[in-house]
Design a protein around this ligand. Structure first.
Ligand SMILES: [Zn+2]
Ligand SMILES: [Zn+2]
Length: 53
């Protein structure tokens, strides 16, 4: 059994409140946990290196 992981902090997305969306640059899936959403931490796409809030 595997959990998706937060793209920003790598925490497993076991709890509710996380979100996912696609990278505007390459379409890769981006995952953000509740905590990173709350703090508005930036993410970096693993695939293309795009940075976004
Ligand atoms: Zn996170
Ligand atoms: Zn990307």
């Amino acid at each position: 059994m595997t959990f998706k992981k937060c793209t920003s902090c790598n925490a497993p997305l076991a709890d509710e409140g996380w979100t996912d969306f696609v990278c505007p640059e390459c379409g890769e899936m981006i995952y953000r946990c509740y905590r990173c959403r709350q703090q508005s931490l930036p993410y970096v796409c693993k695939k293309c290196g795009f940075r976004g809030p």
